[in-house]
Ligand binder design. Structure first.
Ligand code: 7GP
Length: 838
């Protein structure tokens, strides 16, 4: 690697190398310097926002040197790197995480106190980086944390949306979406105005023979937009390794500002071109588990994929290796099908621009990519209309047709007698219009396909991708059960619990090797330990109760059982079943004598989550929850026995308050629909129990913690199809308890019944696709078991300790190690001990 500074001058650089701070005085000096110089303020107008800014900048300065050195180290080592391509990164806040990961929180806390600030107040000034919808985006964020913490040379590549997921407001019980303009001040990103890539759209493809008689294909004309890199440092925990997340922002290409138009007085339309270019990275599509097929979305995908591949290929070329070595240097993981165009783009680069033969190129491509599937829901499987695609990416369409042709030829050779098989597995669906099936393209272009929990990985092999298992063999398909980072989801969200665990397991090593939690098992019957454990849970509930009070005005009793369901609102996740269960509880309480009521365990039912703006049924569910809340919470007969809360604007930073405060949390999807779920892991890791269906990772959580420590209910995935069939063709008998709930709704108990008609008739009249009625009885019965179990607090606390002690498996470190070994074939690059200082 060439250094730009000649040897004799390097001494000066070394002498003045940035050092960061190592004690609180140095930290304070840096904070004051940033307030006074970077922010041009003083102690007389330093509010919490300014203190947040200055503290972040001080910390950032220290991070940057580690980050630069990590990149240098990786360049010198010249080994394999992982590129994680994700259209979503749900990072949440950075400051607290950075302080904890680099071990500077105590210094910062003391330093800020000296300067007149409480660290919690400063942390809460930060705007969440909410560039994602739900599970898929948060998983990507946990993976970045683990890859850095495990010293794996890895880059995240995504889009720098100007607007992340919308902010949710609840107005009169309805969801209202407000734009999330989050970039006002973001100290965690570094614009790289020197890293700019031209991205082309539309245009024409030409095929001709050059002077040497070689076939040449060119793609030119059309629109050009520039991708500008913005880098975000990703600090590992207790290591100096600091990886990079590179997000692309779109802007008009320099030639794009049309001076002709400008000079002829058409200033407006020349600015409009500019704006059109910026639109590409303007907004995150707010759908979770739903594909809408919009052209702008396809533009986003190609823009991001093309810029990222350009960058990756450029970095590879610096090492001057032969192309056959590409997949020894580069592993690219596709986070769902959103980046599938990368397969096509790499093939295009290799054959059109680098002059490789098709077969050689294709063998490099397939060795490079891995594809992770995150859902079996048919409405979420991406398809692009061929005419739309043809117009936007004409050359790519040709390549897809060629990929399909070669693929179908091999299928035909292998299964000569099976004509329908070709139609079933074709990347092109012969519909009107024709559609490109992105998941099929991803499978054909990857060497490994993985699901995200055991049940899910089995399901994709036996249902949606069954034919491909026959074609490619079972070894191309694998499972990597999801995980979560214990740094954010235990240490950061639940500092007291983390401290207690540290005190009993010999320090914070469990944050790097979560199986150390096993050592807690010996405290399951330790009185003193259990008392402390329970106190921490109570304190976390008090913290949430305060949040509920300030945000909703409702007072809840922290001694009540906190029952929480927070996640995107979706019919398959069945928040409707939960609220029907709450109504059932309400009706039961109303029918009780005061004596009977005294024996009941008080409960707080807490909901949170966003509905996609166009998902009317999900919005109706939110409305019903709020209506039930306003009736129940004001009913004198009920008092503390039941409270119903909808928490506005659920996001990562709110999850950090909510997750540690559950007694029970709900993961109650129709069996076979939730690929994994990851909040289930977070809740158990924080000493909550769960009620759930035999779905996704719930099954493996049960295997790990033991079936006595989880409340499972409902029909099994293997029976779902038959039940649905029976709904359609047989008599559908509504569960009697659910019928009573519907009667109450229809009697306008929760306001105008008309508002909730669709919710009820989906079950009564339209086949009950999500099996709410089939599972309702078992759900209600199991909730009764929860009530019973909660009365025995001593036993309950033991169950939660035992569960936490057995959660080691669900660290995203385990998960990333599996990806590294079985899919990426990449090794960690551990920094030398001397790199730790300075
Ligand atoms: C989600 C799955 O619904 C969830 O079960 C899983 O835990 C998570 O991915 C991480 O693997 N899927 C999505 O968020 C999604 O939008 C469609 O999938 C692309």
């Amino acid at each position: 690697v060439e250094a730009s500074i000649p040897e004799p001058q390097r001494e000066a650089w070394k002498k003045f190398q940035a050092k960061g701070f190592t004690n609180k005085e140095e930290f304070e000096r840096e904070v004051v310097r940033h307030v006074e110089t970077t922010l041009a303020r003083s102690m007389f107008n330093c509010d919490e926002t300014a203190a947040y800014a200055a503290a972040s900048l001080a910390l950032r300065d220290r991070l940057i040197t580690q980050w630069n050195r990590t990149q240098q180290r990786q360049t010198f080592a010249d080994g394999k790197r992982v590129y994680y391509l994700s259209l979503e990164f749900l990072m949440g806040r950075a400051l607290d995480n950075a302080m904890l990961n680099i071990g500077a929180k105590d210094i910062a806390k003391d330093g800020l106190a000296d300067l007149g600030f409480r660290i919690e107040d400063i942390i809460s000034q930060e705007h969440d980086a909410a560039l994602g919808n739900g599970g898929l985006g948060r998983l990507a964020a946990c993976f970045l944390d683990s890859m850095a913490s495990l010293n794996i040379p890895a880059w995240g590549y995504g889009l720098r949306y100007r607007y992340g997921i919308f902010k949710q407001e609840i107005v009169d019980g309805y969801q209202v979406e407000v734009p999330d303009y989050w970039l006002d001040f973001n100290p965690w990103e570094f614009p790289r105005h020197d890293i700019v890539v031209d991205i082309q759209f539309y245009g024409n493809v030409r095929k001709y023979q050059n002077e040497q008689g070689k076939n040449v294909i060119t793609w030119d004309g059309g629109e050009v937009v520039q991708a500008v890199a913005y880098d975000v440092p990703i600090p590992g925990y207790d290591t100096v390794s600091t990886n990079n997340m590179r997000l692309w922002s779109s802007k008009a290409a320099s030639g794009e500002f049309d001076f002709q138009k400008f000079n002829s007085g058409d200033y407006e339309s020349s600015v409009a071109d500019q704006q059109r270019a910026e639109t590409i990275s303007a907004v995150l599509y707010p759908n979770d588990n739903l594909d809408r097929g919009k052209e702008l979305r396809l533009k986003q995908q190609y823009f991001w994929v093309a810029a990222s591949l350009y960058d990756i290929v450029r970095r590879f070329k610096k090492s001057k290796r032969a192309w056959v070595e590409f997949s020894d240097q580069v592993a690219i993981q596709l986070n769902d099908t959103h980046p599938t165009l990368a397969i096509v783009e790499l093939q295009r680069i290799l054959i059109d621009l680098e002059g490789l033969e098709w077969d050689e190129a294709w063998s490099i491509v397939t060795k490079t990519f891995g594809y992770t599937n995150h859902t079996v829901l048919p409405e979420a499987l991406e398809k692009w209309s061929v005419p739309l695609f043809q117009n936007l990416l004409p050359r790519h369409l040709q390549i897809i047709y060629d990929i399909n042709l070669y693929f179908l030829q091999t299928v035909e050779r292998k299964f000569p007698k099976e004509r329908e098989l070709l139609g079933r597995v074709s990347i092109i669906e012969e519909s009107q219009p024709k559609m490109i099936r992105m998941a099929y393209l991803a499978i054909v272009g990857s060497h490994k396909v993985n699901g995200v929990a055991e049940l899910h990985s089995d399901l994709i092999k036996t249902t949606i991708f069954k034919d491909f298992v026959r074609i490619f063999g079972p070894d191309n398909f694998t499972n990597v059960t999801n995980g979560i980072t214990p740094r954010r989801w235990l240490h950061q969200a639940n500092p007291r619990l983390s401290e207690l665990i540290a005190s009993k397991t010999g320090g914070l090593d469990f944050l790097k090797d979560l199986n150390i939690l096993n050592e807690l098992e010996k405290f399951v019957d330790d009185k003193e330990f259990k008392k402390e454990w329970a106190e921490i849970k109570y304190a976390n509930k008090v913290r949430l109760a305060k949040h509920i009070k300030t945000t909703t005005g409702v007072t809840v009793n922290p001694s009540a059982l906190f029952d929480i369901q927070v996640k995107r609102i979706h019919e398959y996740k069945r928040q409707q079943m939960n609220i029907f269960g709450v109504i059932h509880r309400y009706l039961t309480i109303k029918a009780m004598t005061p004596e009977e009521r005294k024996k009941l365990a008080p409960r707080v039912s807490i909901f949170g989550g966003k509905a996609a703006p166009g998902y009317w049924m999900a919005k109706t569910i939110i409305h019903l929850i709020n209506q039930v809340g306003s009736v129940v919470n004001n009913d004198k007969d009920v008092g503390d026995l039941l409270k119903v809360i909808f928490l506005e604007d659920y996001n990562v930073s709110k999850a950090e308050i909510i997750v540690p405060a559950s007694d029970i949390s709900e993961h109650i999807s129709t069996a076979g629909t939730e690929a994994s779920g990851t909040s289930n892991m977070k809740f158990v890791l924080n000493g909550g129990l769960i009620i759930g269906t035999c779905d996704g990772a719930n099954i493996e959580i049960t295997r790990e913690i033991g079936e006595n420590n989880i409340f499972l209910f409902g029909n099994l995935a293997e029976d779902v199809e038959d039940l649905r069939h029976a709904h359609t063709y047989g008599a559908h008998n509504l569960d009697p308890d659910l019928a009573k709930v519907f009667d109450a709704i229809k009697a306008n108990t929760f306001g105008d019944a008309g508002s909730f008609g669709a919710l009820v008739s989906a079950i009564e009249d339209h086949g009950d696709y999500y099996l709410v009625s089939d599972d309702f009885h078992s759900y209600i019965q199991t909730q009764a078991l929860v009530d019973e179990a909660y009365k025995d607090q001593d036993e309950w606390v033991s169950k939660t300790i035992l569960s936490v002690s057995r959660m080691g498996f669900f660290s995203s470190d385990r998960c990333i190690n599996e990806y590294a070994e079985t899919i990426w074939n990449v090794e960690p690059l551990v920094p030398e001990p001397q790199e730790r200082n300075g």
